[in-house]
Write a protein that binds this ligand. Sequence first.
Ligand code: ADP
Length: 707
Amino acid sequence: MKIFAKEFLAHRKIIFIFILAIFLPSLIVGYLSLSTFTQRREAVKNFLQSNLWISGEAALKSIESTLLEQEKNALKSENFIHLIQLNKDGQSLCGSSEVLSDIAGELFLLDADYQLIFPETGSEYASVFQWERDISNSEFARFFQEAEFAEFSQKDFTRAADLYTESTLVAPSKQHHAAALDGLGRCLLSSDKYDEAYEVYVELSENFGQFQSKAGHPYGITAVFQLFEIDRRRNKEADSVTNLLDLYKRMRNGVWLLNASVYNFFIEEIETILNIPFNEGKFPEIQKSYQDLQKQQSPYRQTLLFTGFLEREVILKLVEKLSLSRMTGEVVPGRLLTTSENDYHLISYAGLTDIQSGQTFYGGFYWDLNSLKKQILPKVLEDLTKDSGLIFQIVNEDGQNISTGIEEPTSEDFLILSSHIFPLPWKLLVSHPDIIALERTALKENFFYGVLLAFIVALMLFGAVLMMRDISRETETTRLKTEFVHNISHELKTPLTLIRLWGETLQTKKNLTQEQKKESYEIITKESERLSHMINNVLDFSRIEMGRKEFNFKKGNLSEVVLNTVESYRYHFEKKGFTFQTDIVSDLPEMNFDGEAVASVLVNLLSNAVKFSPKKREVTVKLFRDDGNAVLQVADKGIGISQNEVSKIFKRFYRSKNNVVSESGGSGLGLTLVKHIVDAHGGRVEVESQPGKGSIFSVILPISTRG
Ligand code: ADP
């Protein structure tokens, strides 16, 4: 009990010392260093983040100033003066690429009444042919009306042609001249004078192309259709196709100002006519240039789309904004964002007061957001990154980078800034590569220190377990040794007491019978043998412990040694009431062994069999051959050994904790010696045992190993 208590206390002390002296300090140090790392990292991160604010705002300003610069360049008065001059010169006003070659976007111009005056396209309402009233009493009107009468009522085309020719000579304007030429052409055509008619229409298309017929179509277009008709009648198909293709080209380039429906009507008309010969495989070269043309965008069509968009989406909103700002005074540049078909459109506008004296115009700039996304902003961001070392991205509402269109991974610490000046739905995302790196390092460090800490803790626990095991072993050995000393003293005392008692009896009692004397001598001899057996065991054990145990191997007959040992004990056992059976073969081959040691093995096994068989007193000794081994078996029907003790009984000082064992004397060394001796002979010991039923100890010795 005392030993147990001591053991328990020792364990607790060790655990206590382990926790106090090693485990806790290590944990505290680990925790402190981890938290210091974290604090230091946080400090650096905070510093970088405050830097981010300053640099981010500066970057946003820089982006805004780039855009403002572009806006300023676009809305410069010179650009618009240039456009008004173009208008005056009667040149085509579509396609402003020349004006804005260095700016990505398109210009437009409104007059003081918010009417779109650039880009100019044909009005949706066909202009009414109004000149009769002004010239009603003139010579021209007389000739012209007579000509029309001859042409339409009398069907006298020759006279009508003459009258139209007269009209051209007195035409008060180019417009009137054109109308007379048109009539002349018609009459010549009706009188099948193709060559003359052709000349008239060439002149009409080349010199009067911009003037409009009564139907509101430019003569430049209708005259070419007449030329086409003449060529067709004269079987000059190639010429007719070439002329039509040329007209097609000019219309697409916007030589005449047409409204969208007139433009689409004539373009479709020409395409239908041209497709007939092309589908028949005629004029492959002309077809090729026609197809090349179709692959390119039509500048005039673009202009039509643009003005259409302005009229639908922009001008109304602009009117609202401009009327408001008119009330407040000067019109400063402003911006407008519109959305259509999932696309954003950014418009900048400004009032222009200095381009024509006394008149106000409103200039507008339609931003090319695509080029802003793909070229201008990436370039600005690249420069900013170079200067500041920060990472910039412009992202849309879904967080996608607008120039790449994909959501790029960034660190969790970033700054999002929106432009105060431009109403774009985009935002500037700023992050610091060091923060990202810091975060990655932090992750790595945390992982590394975590693993290290876990490893150290595991190592400590492992050490502690080993220590505990060693200590409990040591405690167990100490306990066993104490028990051993106690047992051995008791063991030595009993035979010595008996020897002394019987010696004294022989010495003092003179009248002992012969029988009694014999018994005394026998007891003295037997107890001395027991004593010497015990002392031999202890001596052998101590020799083994000190590594000095030597064996005296000799060739001999194992059966003889076993038989002699058994016989010398038979009387002793039988006297104690044991049935003692033997089955010892005599034809074993000669073996190399230490006879004394093997005898001591057998004596130890026999002595245990007797000691631990309190009730059923049957012991059997067998010696037989099994393949290349000699097997010495000692079986009893005693208390047996539990399964979990079988491996322990060979350990020094070990004794089972039950009454039979503790009441029987013993040192716990017998089986240790047995195992040592058998090992030295290259053999092994096997135990079959069942508690309460008995045990069989088999010593298996190889016959030939030492032969
Ligand atoms: P001792 O016999 O001196 O106690 P041993 O080393 O010979 O020491 O045996 C160790 C323990 O093994 C014994 O104390 C006993 O508990 C157990 N033992 C050995 N032989 C037998 C047996 N034949 N039957 C039951 N228990 C045995």
